[in-house]
Design a protein around this ligand. Structure first.
Ligand SMILES: Cc1cc2nc3c(=O)[nH]c(=O)nc-3n(C[C@H](O)[C@H](O)[C@H](O)COP(=O)(O)OP(=O)(O)OC[C@H]3O[C@@H](n4cnc5c(N)ncnc54)[C@H](O)[C@@H]3O)c2cc1C
Length: 367
């Protein structure tokens, strides 16, 4: 019997889509080239964060974070869910003004946020350097271990009747077929959730890789309590061309610190760029001088599936294929809402948020 839906890719987005569609009673087949979370999902940081680069991004993040916080009590311990909050650190008064504006924008979307003055910031995060201007606190942001969340969603889909074919590369697809080596699979719906591999299968999708480096330290519990990000991160994340780094430090439950973040457009070159790592670590040490005393255990790279306007492609493309790809640095945060939005469009129901900004065939700025 043919499945109703074939989902290509078992990253966090494919897993979330499979979970929602299987719960709807559809017969789902997930086809994955390698194994679950083998792509960006296994390489990322797992910061569940509301960004507000555009109203559409804010709406998707806020909705998805709410879905994740609702799901949190059901998640197994290995997901390492921590509602640690984000502190957006301001270096000067001008940045604190930016923080004030962002607090208002977030509040309008129902996202709690408040400003901390310099003294309060120093009290809550004493490892930060002296002389910072303050911070924007977003207390309901969280941290999660992405491969474990991906596995949870996939297993729940399987319990609802989905099947997963791993180690099976998809060579081509159409609106109703998926071709692997030696097999043509048929379904009513085909969903392309192949992350940075999405455009190879559906050239109409404007998804390009943006490389990121991460570094993890030895265990040093208590160094910081929140995910710490510099306010300049938004500018860094915005720059579509060139390379950029920003201070971004995450406390893991193990007591380790996960240090990011960088962005480069170098295709799928997976080599470690020592200059980028050095710049990234110097930036982190500039904000947290004590980091220089810790040993870095490991560094690695991953590829964010980016689009020219910073929004994912969610919906039906002009070829009839369904897309759930292009989540750049927010796919862990936005996977649950992506899956709900895609399911509503597929099942021709009202959508919880406006789907138009995510239409795969929308007009895009030149890359
Ligand atoms: C360094 C870094 C830090 C990040 N930090 C964060 C963060 O803090 N918070 C956050 O929300 N997001 C973060 N992200 C982004 C997040 O990881 C991604 O947006 C998300 O993982 C994308 O999920 P995906 O399922 O679309 O893609 P992927 O996880 O890449 O999954 C796609 C899957 O498709 C498979 N595939 C590809 N081509 C084929 C094919 N032809 N046939 C079969 N299978 C195929 C791949 O093997 C892969 O498993 C970060 C990313 C990076 C790289």
């Amino acid at each position: 019997v043919n499945p109703d839906v074939i989902v290509v890719g078992a990253g966090i987005v494919g897993a979330a889509v499979a979970d929602v569609l299987a719960a709807e009673g559809m017969k789902v087949l997930v086809v994955e080239r390698a194994f679950a979370a083998a792509g960006a999902t296994g390489a990322g940081m797992g910061h569940i964060v509301v960004l507000d680069d555009s109203p559409a991004q804010l709406a998707l993040c806020a909705w998805s974070r709410r879905l994740l916080l609702e799901l949190a009590p059901q998640l197994p311990d290995r997901c390492e869910t921590e509602r640690c909050g984000t502190l957006w650190v301001a270096e000067n008064d001008a940045q604190l003004e930016v923080a004030r504006t962002r607090a208002d924008v977030l509040a309008q979307a129902g996202v709690t946020a408040s400003l901390l003055d310099a003294r309060t910031l120093a009290d809550v995060e004493p490892a930060l350097r002296a002389g910072l201007a303050g911070a924007l606190l977003v207390p309901d942001d969280a941290v999660i271990y992405p491969p474990a969340l991906c596995a949870f969603l996939l297993q729940r889909a399987v319990r609802a009747g989905a099947s997963v074919l791993q180690a099976t590369a998809v060579r081509s697809l159409t609106a109703r077929t998926v071709t692997t080596d030696g097999r043509v699979l048929h379904a009513r719906f085909v969903v392309n959730a192949a992350g940075v591999g999405a455009a190879q299968l559906s050239p109409e999708l404007p998804v390009i890789p943006r490389k990121g480096h991460l570094v993890i330290t030895e265990r040093h519990p208590g160094t910081c309590r929140h995910q710490l990000v510099e306010l300049g991160y938004m500018q860094s994340a915005h720059a579509v061309t060139g390379s950029s780094v920003a201070f971004n430090v995450q406390p893991r439950r193990t007591g380790q610190l996960l240090i990011g973040s960088s962005r480069e457009r170098v295709g799928l070159d997976a080599s470690i760029n020592r200059d980028i790592i050095r710049t990234m670590l110097l930036r982190a040490i500039a904000f947290m001088p004590g980091l220089g005393e810790l040993t870095a255990l490991r560094s690695w790279v991953g590829f964010r599936p980016a689009t020219p306007d910073g929004l994912p492609c969610i919906g039906r493309t002009r070829t009839g294929v369904w897309a759930a790809a292009g989540h750049e640095g927010l796919g862990i945060t936005t996977a649950l809402a992506t899956a709900q939005l895609l399911a509503a469009l597929m099942l021709e129901r009202a959508t919880h948020i406006d789907a138009a900004p995510f239409a795969p065939d929308r007009a895009l700025p030149a890359a």
